[in-house]
Ligand binder design. Structure first.
Ligand code: AMP
Length: 207
């Protein structure tokens, strides 16, 4: 299987080639076609499987199309929530790498650092936001971030998120998302509470 067989557009294919990726990993092969069609997904994948590209590539592709249809205006249309600062930084780096020929702009926010540089970047306009829950809620409460235009939502490392006690923060964040959106959940393990969470907040149903 080649990336080009997954319906990925040229600017992204070019970036993957530049990274030296010759073929999709299993999670990419399985997820990318589903996500390109706009479906919700609960993916069981650990770090190291290529799961970041599995969601970043379809989201970047959707964002390019949305901007073309919307005369290039920038709104936060994609939100990726992840439990730690390290993961947030890695995910933003992946969006930058895979999206380097797309014109899509990203920002990453996390706690423990001054918010000034983060809010400056937000003011300049971005398409995709990668965030840890606490700083996201903080900047939402201060009026720096609105989730009203989010069309693509990813909850990354969902099991770790629950282990770290973020469930209330996650519920508050999801409550501010538009009803009509694509929702993706990724988790290394699949305990019943993760399945229940994904079913409650998406079109994922028991099959
Ligand atoms: P992740 O599981 O998303 O943390 O990715 C693990 C590592 O695999 C990262 O360093 C990626 O750059 C790399 N990677 C992702 N997809 C591919 C691919 N299709 N071919 C080669 N390396 C990849």
């Amino acid at each position: 299987m080649k990336f080009s067989e997954l319906g990925i557009i040229d600017p992204i294919l070019k970036a993957l080639e530049a990274e030296g990726y010759s073929q999709p990993t299993p999670i990419q092969e399985q997820s990318i076609p589903i996500l390109m069609r706009g479906r919700d997904l609960l993916g069981c994948a650990q770090t190291g499987t290529g799961k970041t590209a599995a969601f970043a590539i379809p989201i970047l592709q959707h964002l390019i199309k949305d901007r073309m249809q919307d005369s290039g205006s920038r709104k936060i249309r994609a939100l990726i929530v992840t439990p730690t600062r390290e993961l947030a930084i890695q995910i933003e780096e992946s969006f930058n790498v895979y999206g380097k020929y797309t014109g899509v702009k990203n920002a990453v926010i996390f706690g423990g650092v001054k918010q000034g540089p983060q809010t400056t970047k937000l003011r300049h306009g971005i398409d995709a936001l990668i965030a840890t829950p606490g700083r996201l809620l903080d900047l939402m409460n201060q009026g720096f971030i609105s989730l009203r235009d989010i069309k693509y939502f990813v909850l990354d490392e969902a099991d770790r998120m629950l282990d770290m006690g973020f469930i209330h923060d996650i519920k508050k964040i999801i409550a501010k998302l538009p009803e009509k959106r694509q929702s993706l959940f990724f988790s290394a393990t699949m305990p019943p509470d993760i399945i229940a969470l994904s079913q409650k907040y998406s079109a994922i149903r028991k099959e």
